[in-house]
Structures are given as structure tokens and as C-alpha cells.
Design a protein around this ligand. Structure first.
Ligand SMILES: NC(=O)c1ccc[n+]([C@@H]2O[C@H](COP(=O)([O-])OP(=O)(O)OC[C@H]3O[C@@H](n4cnc5c(N)ncnc54)[C@H](OP(=O)(O)O)[C@@H]3O)[C@@H](O)[C@H]2O)c1
Length: 220
């Protein structure tokens, strides 16, 4: 049994990771703004009232997990807006930076003392954060926030190696969730299934990698 902390556990990929990982016998701490009925139906310990745009949330997370040793931390919460040249919105861009890039770092820093040799950190990123893979433009804030997350994560992987902590970036696929208007190519079940395989495969030798949930290595 592993102790696993997941953000964005109220819906979508985070909820399905919570479901599958707790069914496999792990103890999940599910972080969310507001617990949904689906989340309440799992065996997870729910830490609700956590809005990642609010400073006090990080203290609340620390308090809720005070004496907990964490095996796996999954920074999964995220938000997507679309900006284009004809519809630019810097406030939206800042919000995406805050939730998609800064918040995963803040959660990680808040919980770093709870992680030790053998622990793993996963970041739910997006291939839309790949600069090389960007052939269609737009999505200024979402793309840049995930690129920033990828960059933060690479440094974390290098800096945490001597502590024995491995760190990975997972693109979950184009998944049928609230974020995509339920229009994805794959279901949350398929995505979480691949995600869990990647968690199991993550180690200090491949730490710092950027993977598609199907196992493919993605370009930066
Ligand atoms: N779906 C895809 O095709 C796709 C593709 C690439 C990457 N991703 C990434 O996958 C992750 C999960 O997204 P999803 O597809 O599962 O969408 P989702 O169902 O919309 O889930 C997003 C989660 O993030 C939480 N969240 C958003 N803003 C928050 C805030 N300020 N404070 C705390 N929690 C907040 C949401 O909580 P509430 O329920 O309270 O809003 C929700 O639990 C995201 O990082 C997303 O960027 C998704």
C-alpha cells in the first residue's frame, strides 16, 4: 500500500486516478475545492476547501498532512482557457500560470519534507506545453503555463535526484473530461490506466522525462 496525494481529485482524470489507485489498495489523500459525490463514493481521505489560487490553501494542505509520509504526489489540478490574437486576455493567462505552473510547485514545496528516498512526484502536464509540437498556435496561456510546468519539473528532477525522489511529466492524452467538453479521444479510465503504468515505471534513471500516457516520450 502506498500513500498517494492527488490534486484536482474532484473530477476528470484526478477523480479516476483516485478511484483506480484506491481500488488497488493504496491510501489516497484527495485534494479539491469541493468534494463531489463521485469523490465521496471512493475510500479516499478528502481534503476539501483547497483553492490553489489562495495562499492559505498551502498552509491548510500542510496541516491536513502534518504527520503523513508521502510515497506519490500527483499534481494534477489544471485549468484551460483559449486566447487568440483576436481574443487576448492577460488576466486569463495569469490565472492559467498560477494554477497550472506555480501551484504544482507550491504544493510540492509545501510537502517536500513529507517525501523521502523512493518517493515519486508526477505532474499532469500537456503536450500543448511542448514547443516543438506546437504547429497550430493559439492557447497562449495554457501552452505557456504547461511549458513553464515542464521547465520547473525538469529542474526539480535534477535537484531531487540526490534525495532519491523521482519526478515525471505525464500528458494524459486527449481525454473526455469537463476540460475538453467531454470531447476527447480516450476515456478517463483509459487515461488513468496508462498514467498508473507510468507512475510504476518512474525511477531515478528516467526521472525528468516527459511522457504521453501511451508510454511515448514527447519532445520538449
Ligand atoms: N482532458 C484532457 O484532454 C487533458 C489533456 C492534457 C492535459 N490535461 C490536464 O489534466 C489535468 C486534469 O484535467 P481534466 O481533464 O481531468 O479536467 P477537469 O475534469 O476539469 O479537472 C480539473 C481539476 O482541476 C481542479 N482545479 C481547477 N482549478 C482549481 C483551483 N483553482 N484550485 C483547486 N483545484 C482546481 C478542478 O477542480 P473543480 O472541480 O473545483 O473545478 C478539477 O478537479 C489538468 O492539469 C489538465 O491540464 C487534460
Amino acid at each position: 500500500m502506498a500513500i498517494i496525494v492527488i490534486t484536482g481529485a474532484s473530477s476528470g482524470i484526478g477523480l479516476e486516478l483516485t478511484r483506480q489507485l484506491s481500488t488497488q489498495g493504496n491510501h489516497i489523500y484527495a485534494i479539491c475545492r469541493q468534494a463531489t459525490d463521485e469523490l465521496k463514493a471512493t475510500n479516499a481521505s478528502i481534503i476539501d476547501g483547497i483553492d490553489l489560487t489562495e495562499e492559505q490553501s498551502y498552509e491548510s494542505i500542510q496541516k491536513a498532512l502534518e504527520n503523513v509520509s508521502i510515497d506519490v504526489l500527483i499534481n494534477n489540478a489544471g485549468i484551460l482557457f483559449n486566447e487568440s490574437l483576436s481574443n487576448m486576455n492577460f488576466e486569463q493567462i495569469e490565472t492559467q500560470m498560477t494554477i497550472n505552473a506555480i501551484a504544482p510547485m507550491k504544493v510540492t514545496m509545501a510537502l517536500l519534507n513529507h517525501l523521502s528516498s523512493g518517493s515519486k512526484i508526477l505532474m499532469t502536464t500537456s503536450r500543448m506545453g511542448s514547443i516543438e509540437d506546437n504547429t497550430s498556435g493559439g492557447y497562449y496561456g495554457y501552452r505557456a503555463s504547461k511549458t513553464a510546468l515542464n521547465s520547473f519539473t525538469k529542474s526539480l528532477a535534477i535537484d531531487l535526484k540526490n534525495k532519491g525522489i523521482s519526478v515525471g511529466l505525464v500528458h494524459p492524452g486527449f481525454v473526455q473530461t469537463k476540460m475538453t467538453g467531454f470531447n476527447g479521444d480516450i476515456t478517463v479510465e483509459q487515461s488513468a490506466n496508462g498514467y498508473i503504468k507510468l507512475i510504476n515505471q518512474l525511477n531515478l534513471d528516467n526521472s525528468g522525462g516527459f511522457w504521453h500516457v501511451n508510454g511515448e516520450v514527447l519532445p520538449w
